[in-house]
Ligand binder design. Sequence first.
Ligand SMILES: Nc1ncnc2c1ncn2[C@@H]1O[C@H](COP(=O)(O)OP(=O)(O)OP(=O)(O)O)[C@@H](O)[C@H]1O
Length: 927
Amino acid sequence: MAAPAVQTLPTGEVFAALDTSPRGLTSADATALQARLGPNALPSAGRTRLWRELAGQFTDLFAVVLVLASAITFLAYALQDPRDVGTLQLAVAILCVVMLNAAIGFAQEYSAERTAESLQAMVRHTCRVLRDGERREVPSQHLVPGDVVVLEAGDAVPADCRLVEAHEVSVNNAALTGESNAVGRTARPVAAGPVLQARNCVFMGTDVVAGSAKAVVFATGTATEFGKIFRLTAAAPRQKTPLQRQVALMARRVAGTALAIGALLFMVRLPAGQPFVETFVFALGVMVALVPEGLPATMSVSLAIGVRRMARRHALVKQLLAVEALGSTTVVCTDKTGTLTRAEMTVVRVWAGGAEHAVTGVGYAPDGEVADPQSVRGLLRAGALCCNARLVPPPANAGRYPQSEQAGWRVLGDTTEGALLVAAAKAGLDVAAEEAAAPRVAEYPFDSGRKLMSTVHKGTDGDGYRVYVKGAPQELLDRCVAADWAGECRALTEALRSQVVAANDELASQGLRVLAVARRPVPDARPRQDTAESELTLLGLVGMLDPPRPEVSEAVAACQRARIRIVMVTGDHPLTAEAVARRVGIVTGPAPTVVTGVEFEALDDDGLDTLLDRSGELLLCRVSPEDKMRVVGALHRRGEVVAVTGDGANDAPALKHADIGVAMGASGTDVAREAAVMVLLDDSFASIAAAVRLGRSVYQNIRKFLIYLFSHNIAELVPILAATLAGFPLVPISAVQILAIDLGSDVLPALALGAEPPEPDVMDRPPRSRKEQLFSRAVMGRILFLGGIQALGVTAVFFWHIHASGIAYSDFTKDDTVYREATTMVQAGIVISQFFNALAVRTDRQSLLRVGPFSNPWLLAAGCFGITLMAGISYLPPLQALFNTAPLAAGDWAVLAGLGVLLLVAEELRKAWVRHRTPADPKGGTR
Ligand SMILES: Nc1ncnc2c1ncn2[C@@H]1O[C@H](COP(=O)(O)OP(=O)(O)OP(=O)(O)O)[C@@H](O)[C@H]1O
């Protein structure tokens, strides 16, 4: 197969040169060729990345600081005389911290990558291809050279192909050439030269941005031009979300504070007569212990859990950023067809010559009837000839599997067109025979800016050609000069025009999508588009029913409770839009603001701002993708966090511009899916609402474990400072004990908090402000409150135990049993109160009893693990030796448990007070 010459061949010779035919390959040939050539895919990234990822964990700033601290501690141990085994333990413990941290970070990144891969696999990558003379939809991986593919605006080009038919087609070759402007393509032969420059070829990795085409595949997989230049070298660095950056910044600040506290302790204790090396090692230990090592990893795990939960609710998030932004969404601009409705169009009314005709039947099965079919056959024939969609009958074995999804009739292509084909069949038309009798010679494809589509056909009686046009009635009516009135051609007078408009309004107000159909004769096969679409004769109107999705009303209500504004942005008629909006609950009031594309375009920026200022229900109808982009930009400027849905190729700019671009996974184009950060597998609005709910809960969960983790730092630090100030010669809790808490008993509850299910009232609050800092005053306040109670408790327990012994401060040594018991009580006190703390932080302002103290079993298990570990540290001799601890009496445990309960009660009282003070939580955010 001489690929370089393929561009020079006349279209008729392309098929033979590529061993195929205009009917495409046979399935058997395609399967055999696939077995020989392999799938049409590019190899995935090499495995070496794993090692790079692992190594990357040790180059992190925290890791470097900790490795240095460990090296200094080893050195200190070597210089000590006599050598203290505790110093060695500390050095080893710090190294363990580094290892553990690297392991968590690595596991998290590895699983995030696997998740991304499996999410990727959930999005369909299919293309339309002719096999055995029939149009089929197959996975792009199954393409082989010789396949004849059908391309439409919005498709990603699945392989390198030579065009054999091109209708106003243009492609974006940016991925291949860097040139981002759309370039026109033709089916005509071009001169020999580099294939990449051939204007009659399209290439894998590029997108069709307009028009439609038929093309023969000449190279697949690694043999494509894209495959040749494709190198999966270093993957693009993964962007950190603002939330991750905030946490990283905070962790760094805390690390800086820890360093300062370490230095302060060193300076305070040294003049108090403590030996230099020991004091230095102690200060270093405190510093290391206060650094929140596992925090960034816990944060990423929590985001990754959010991503997985969203995937389960049919929302695939391509960037972590979206998880975060979803939680603060304030406006959702949503499409109508497919998102709020099922996109299952059925023609129920046909209007022609002043009379309305009902059509019966549901779904795409052509079983039903058109009242008085004779009088609408011409209209339905024209509509059906001007379609690219195909009706697919149920498979032969469907009878055996009546429940199967495939059992019914399906539409391949646009469902609006599918409905027209079904209506034509119900009127007794054989569309295939009509197509054969009046073959199509040219096409001006549908685009949502023009809202029209036209095709040119050979006249059946051999006299010239006919143009058939279908599209939005308003647009089409403007181009009509006459109307077919029961077989008679009448001039379209103002009176007649108003009759058509009234019929259109009547159909639209029932929530029907209305299409007008028209025709005109032309002398030649390739009229200019503006000629083809002017001086038309109107044939009539077709009204289609597209029922709302049942789950949407509830999701709309949830968004309204969550004070998220829903703006419907549709290309449809205002009355259709309003009827559907009422049905799903987007419009409830008597007078929603309905703005059409024409009115919208007349608005300047100030006018647009005033429009958006008006609170209340807003419907934007008959708008183009450019208008959508403008509205997103204006909302964005006003500080709103905007989620916008899109499916077409020209929705891409709006999807990119929005905070959360949401593409339709089932019906959307490849281009839209690439531009979006979230893909809805089921196209449903309800999935957006579900994702917002999960996004909010991810943010809440992150706040929960931040409060949990940072509050215990206070409990670790305060007793040390108190002892230093009180002149007690030893530390109430050693660095190794602190590390045991940070890495032994605290990590799992923090992870369990990150996986908390959404709180029941998460959608009953307004969105969090975009400006709200993660470490808001409220969060800091809670850290101090909870940490303060713990700190006071354990400090009191320590000094009470020391004082009760009656021994003077200066007589205490490290080996003293009373000291070892006291220090064990401090450590156990923190572990136990952290268990209660974890329960306390589960809710922001609700009583824990409302969510149920036992509703997160992972958290309870993690807490029990921590307490068991602590019991081991207290009772097992080897651990006693390692941590310098002693066995506690039952009464001691009871006192410590009392401390935990006290913390929980204090927090419940605080929540009750907050609920009493701000019952409606008007500001949102800090709850
Ligand atoms: N295949 C088609 N051929 C001709 N006209 C069409 C076709 N599909 C839709 N239209 C007309 O164009 C109008 C706009 O359709 P378009 O698909 O751009 O709207 P949309 O913004 O996607 O609508 P929605 O919000 O309902 O999803 C429709 O109301 C219909 O009248």
